[in-house]
Design a protein around this ligand. Structure first.
Ligand code: GLN
Length: 488
């Protein structure tokens, strides 16, 4: 039982249900693993071990996720627990209620365990924008785990969590999953309730799982998906059992290769791995079809109008009046607001607020925000057209493998480019996953590469089926980072 932390959720569940291990033993084993490994990874921001043990004692192992600890990105509310969003401005704040996803995980028997590091308010692609220091990539501690859910990806990859929740506004689940070699699933917009998720860009945000296997992603989705009266944008659609079609294979399934995603700027090692994955699908019986998403070149600029515009409105609530950080001894109310926000927010968050406020201001609204909304419609139409011809789209998750800490920190545009292949899906509202599909070599280190599989709205089952077909016939997902496995 020493290596229990290496199990995936499915494997852990069998042992828990058979009483071969107790939930308390699992929580304790995980805590030891974290103690051994997390000083190098720094994926967790806070852990309430006593509370987790108390919840483990009460866990019902007959439930679907009974006794399974799950790490939670620090942007999702867990009643009584810190929720910093990686920001100084929320230091000391504790969430007064459970997010719907947390309530649903609890109903399925799971134990929310530990809060994971992230870019401040989920703005970033490297977790370096956290006010509490960066997380390190378990495959190479000199590199970023990606972001913004870098902590969630890193703790799953380093076997410091069986699974984790993250949020994805423009790629923040899929891109870090690709960088850390785990599975990261972004559900259809509205598939999972956002109630209790601190808002970044409300028309794009979606919560989803990080897991070690595709099956585990289905298990977590089963628990968290579904309409919620507390989130009017959640979809009132039946939630199937996402594990049902996992093993149906890809014979006759039509997979689209978007022409616009294989362009200059794509790392040759990433391109090779993705093309090999496509050949692999062909051998498994899938039909490969070239498709075009002609407005892809506008995705990045469109996203960087819409997301900051929504963020500038959403972040207006952090004013130091009711909760979180408050500037000391302000002269008057205006100074109180100004200094609290000046001192409480980091540089990237301020940049987004300024960009967004500008794009929404009178005289510029039509030129920027309104135009971006029109471009968003064109991007969405691209996908609708493509999904008339294919069942799913396969492409790289990120143009490069994990980059070095500090390498892009002072160059916002190069940082923004890390999401160039993921953010269109958020603007279209569709679902997608990143799964491990190989390794790149850089300076003697092996760095994971992610394959992105995108599906039409509400086609989570199909995406999981396609992803599982690959996973079951390859072994990339079984690899573990050497740098941390030795420490256990
Ligand atoms: N990296 C993108 C951004 O900074 C996406 C972040 C996210 O998905 N939360 O906005």
């Amino acid at each position: 039982m020493d290596q229990i932390f290496t199990l995936d959720v499915h494997g852990l569940r069998s042992k828990l249900a058979a009483h071969e291990v107790s939930p308390v033993e699992v929580v304790r084993a995980l805590a030891r693993r974290i103690e051994a490994v997390d000083p190098a990874v720094r994926g967790y921001l806070s852990i309430d071990l006593e509370r987790a043990i108390g919840e483990a004692e009460a866990a019902d192992v007959t439930k679907p996720l009974g006794g399974v600890p799950i790490a939670i990105k620090d942007v999702i509310s867990v009643r009584g627990a810190p929720c910093t969003c990686g920001s100084r401005i929320l230091a000391g704040y504790r969430a007064p209620y459970d997010a719907t996803v947390i309530a649903r995980l609890r109903a399925a028997g799971a134990i929310p365990f530990g809060r994971t590091n992230m870019d401040e308010f989920a703005m970033g692609s490297s977790t370096e924008n956290s006010a509490f220091g960066p997380t390190h990539n378990p495959y190479d501690p000199a590199r970023t785990p990606g972001g913004s859910s870098g902590g969630s990806a890193a703790v799953v990859a380093a076997d410091e969590a069986f699974a984790a929740l993250g949020s994805d506004t423009g790629g923040s689940i899929r891109q870090p999953a690709a960088f850390c070699g785990c599975v990261g699933f972004k559900p259809t917009y509205g598939r999972v309730s956002r109630y209790g998720l601190v808002a970044f860009a409300s028309s794009l945000d979606q919560i989803g799982p990080f897991t070690k296997t595709v099956r585990d992603a289905a298990l977590l989705l089963n628990a968290i998906a579904g309409v919620d009266p507390c989130d009017s944008t959640s979809l009132d659609e039946p939630v199937p059992d996402f594990t049902t079609n996992l093993d149906r294979g890809v014979k006759g399934v039509r997979l689209g290769l978007p022409r616009e995603y294989f362009v200059s700027g794509l790392d040759p090692q990433v391109e090779r791995a993705v093309r090999q994955a496509v050949e692999h699908y062909a051998k498994l019986g899938a039909e490969i079809v070239e498709v075009s998403l002609p407005h892809t070149e506008y995705a990045l600029s469109t996203y960087y109008i819409i997301a900051p515009a929504e963020a500038s409105a959403n972040l207006a609530r952090f004013d130091g009046v009711r909760y979180g950080y408050r500037a000391e001894q302000p002269g008057d109310l205006l100074e109180h607001y100004g200094r609290t926000r000046e001192e409480g927010f980091g540089a990237e968050v301020k940049r987004r607020i300024i960009l967004g406020t500008y794009a929404l201001s009178s005289g510029y609204y039509d030129a920027y925000y309104l135009k971006a909304q029109k471009a968003r419609t064109l991007i969405r139409d691209d996908f609708s057209r493509a999904f008339r011809r294919v069942d799913a789209i396969v492409c790289p998750t990120s143009p490069t493998p994990a980059f070095k800490l500090g390498e892009r920190a002072n160059d916002p545009l190069s940082m923004y480019l890390a999401d160039v292949f993921t953010l269109a899906a958020n603007m279209a509202g569709i679902c997608g996953v990143s799964i491990p599909c190989g390794f790149a070599e850089a300076e003697g280190k092996l760095l994971p590469i992610g394959l992105q599989i995108l599906g039409n709205s509400l086609e989570e089952g199909r995406v999981l089926q396609v992803a599982n077909a690959y996973e079951q016939t390859t072994d990339w997902h079984k690899r573990r980072p050497q740098s941390v496995t030795g420490n256990a």
